[in-house]
Design a binder for this molecule. Structure first.
Ligand SMILES: CC(C)(COP(=O)(O)OP(=O)(O)OC[C@H]1O[C@@H](n2cnc3c(N)ncnc32)[C@H](O)[C@@H]1OP(=O)(O)O)[C@@H](O)C(=O)NCCC(=O)NCCS
Length: 184
């Protein structure tokens, strides 16, 4: 399987296949056009800026979220994970930043389902990474709900830096647990 294999998560309750792809020149205009609601901007910032900022950082990857063939969201993979957690996680990790679904496409399950596609993509392209880490503002209920539904665990640690208020540190294990060798 090639390193550019598309990670896809298809759920039976929806017709759209949710995929993630590295942002290239062809996808970039659609990514730059993505918008969040004004009241969501403090949580994520402007996506066109975030794309440019990601491309400037050799330790980051810019990723597009697609529903079928439409670009519906964006995120940044940050491989200098100490910048997310403020410390080593004890295992090789990657940070999830600037995660967003376009305001016109929110509330349809894409935000939750794209985490599964992100996880599959990391297992394919970066199999040595074991943890996905993020921080999320304590007031950002839709994001917290989406992350918990997608399998993230709240570490209970709170970060008080930043302009928008305290943030939870959440972690997702990227390595599927081994099958129980004693089970039939
Ligand atoms: C957070 C975000 C990515 C979730 O994506 P999404 O596609 O809307 O999420 P889902 O459809 O998978 O729904 C996830 C949860 O959020 C809830 N939700 C979605 N949109 C909502 C809204 N506008 N208001 C209230 N709740 C909302 C859903 O009901 C669901 O929770 P539930 O099923 O337990 O009720 C999206 O809302 C977003 O882009 N927000 C702005 C940017 C942001 O805050 N990013 C996170 C930075 S850490």
């Amino acid at each position: 399987m090639s390193a550019m294999t598309v990670a896809t998560s298809v759920f039976s309750d929806s017709a759209a296949a949710v995929r993630v792809l590295p942002v290239d020149a062809a996808l970039a205009p659609s990514v730059r056009a993505l918008q969040v609601a004004p009241e969501q901007l403090p949580f994520v910032g402007d996506t066109a800026f975030n794309l440019a900022d990601t491309w400037r950082d050799p330790n980051s990857e810019a990723m597009a979220i697609l529903a079928d063939d439409s670009v519906v969201g964006f995120y940044r993979l940050d491989f200098s994970v100490q910048a997310i957690a403020g410390r080593s996680l004890g295992e090789p990790g990657v940070g999830l930043r600037a995660y967003m679904i376009d305001r016109a496409r929110q509330g349809r399950g894409y935000g939750t389902r794209a985490i599964a596609a992100c996880r599959d993509d990391l297992c394919l392209r970066h199999p040595q990474r074991r943890l996905l880490a993020l921080t999320v503002n304590v007031r950002n209920r839709p994001a917290i709900s989406a992350y918990l539904k997608a399998g993230f665990v709240d570490t209970g640690e709170l970060f008080h830096g930043g302009n928008a208020g305290p943030q939870h540190l959440m972690l997702l294990c990227l390595i599927p647990s081994s099958p129980d060798p004693t089970s039939p």
